[in-house]
Design a protein around this ligand. Structure first.
Ligand SMILES: Cc1ncc(C[n+]2csc(CCOP(=O)(O)OP(=O)(O)O)c2C)c(N)n1
Length: 339
């Protein structure tokens, strides 16, 4: 059932995609925003203000294209630590991300308690996750089961890397979801690496998507640097889920532009040619070119969007840095029962 779809189409068929120009430009703005937030977090890390970072750079098209295919505020998002772009596109503004990364009291995800990269907001249906790889996949099956049980038509989309597909959690989750035909999309961001372990040492198959065959539902492999193709495939999967046709496994093939995390150095296990070659697949540049070539965007407006992103981030960073730290006496709050 697994198929591969790659496209290099420079025209944007807005009508066929069911997207307005504003929505397409919103995708672009969110991709620029995700990239720029990540770059600023690296700087805050170098300044010793952010102690840990997992970058989304290279994954932006997969993250943002998939979110736009869902009904934001209604469907359920279960991101993993690399999903800065998912959090942003699902409605959590950059200020949230800076407050969280800086461990501030006003961090809406965890009041400064969680390791950076743990995005969650109840009001936006962004579900909190653990650092333990793959544990969110059965959670996604649980929320999908709950939606079905309550007679609600929300679809869950749960995100993970290809490394997580080696875990038992992945098998159990997909098996159960397949049997019960649950409204869930399993969204794998395959960057070919689990820290320093290449895909060839993680699995013998080439496409994670082919693993869906064992569970009796479709698996699709998509070029994860093509935001519109990711959008199209995810939207179809969401429609199937909503119509009661069960789960889909989507594998977005992406590139990890930076080391696994701020605690890793990928130059120790990857060649300079390999790292250099990846940059030719920059999803943000690809989308910018596509928009300019198809006349959806002109250079003046492009500059305006970039300036607006910069201004937004300047304000968000200033506000977050000035925001108070947690009180030391609150450290045990939400840990032990009170009263
Ligand atoms: C159960 C478990 N084993 C190991 C780790 C350490 N660890 C953190 S991220 C990671 C790699 C995961 O790779 P992948 O799922 O491909 O996602 P990526 O980080 O590449 O996006 C590992 C091994 C962990 N957090 N949990």
């Amino acid at each position: 059932m697994a198929t591969t779809r790659y496209k290099a189409d420079l025209q944007i068929p807005l009508e066929e995609l069911g997207l307005t120009r504003d929505e397409v430009l919103g995708m672009y703005r969110d991709m620029l925003m995700a990239r720029a937030v990540s770059e600023r977090l690296w700087i805050l890390g170098r300044l010793g203000k952010v102690y840990f970072l997992v970058s989304c750079e290279g994954h932006e098209a997969a993250q943002i294209g998939s979110v736009y295919a869902m009904r934001r505020g209604h469907d359920i998002f279960i991101p993993y630590y690399r999903d800065l772009g998912v959090a942003l596109a699902a409605g959590s503004p950059p200020l949230d991300i800076f407050l969280h990364a800086l461990g501030k009291r006003a961090d809406p995800y965890s009041a400064g308690r969680q390791l950076p990269g743990h995005y969650s907001r109840r009001d936006l249906n962004i579900v909190s996750g653990s650092s333990v790889v793959g544990t969110q996949i059965p959670h996604g099956v649980g929320t999908a089961y709950a939606s079905r049980y309550r007679g609600e038509d929300a679809v869950t989309i749960v995100y993970f890397g290809e490394g997580a597909t080696s875990k038992g959690d992945f098998h159990e989750a997909l098996n159960f979801a397949g049997i019960h035909r649950l409204p869930v999309i399993f969204f794998c961001e395959n960057n070919g690496w689990a820290i320093s372990v290449p895909q060839t040492k993680q699995m013998v198959v080439q496409d994670v998507a082919s693993k869906a065959d064992g569970y009796g539902f479709p698996g699709l492999s998509v070029d994860g640097t093509d935001v519109l193709e990711v959008y199209r495939v995810t939207r179809e999967a969401a429609a199937r889920a909503r119509q009661g046709q069960g789960p889909t496994l989507i594998e977005a093939k992406v590139f990890r532009f930076s080391s696994h995390s701020s605690n890793d150095d990928q130059t120790r296990y990857r060649t300079p040619e390999d790292l250099e070659g990846e940059r030719a697949h920059d999803p943000v540049i690809r989308f910018q070119e596509q928009l300019l070539n198809s006349s959806v965007l002109d250079e003046v407006e492009d500059l305006q969007i970039r300036e607006e992103v910069d201004r937004t981030l300047d304000e968000a960073m200033t506000q977050a840095e000035a925001s108070p730290d947690p009180h030391p006496e609150d450290a045990s709050g939400q840990v032990y029962s009170e009263g």
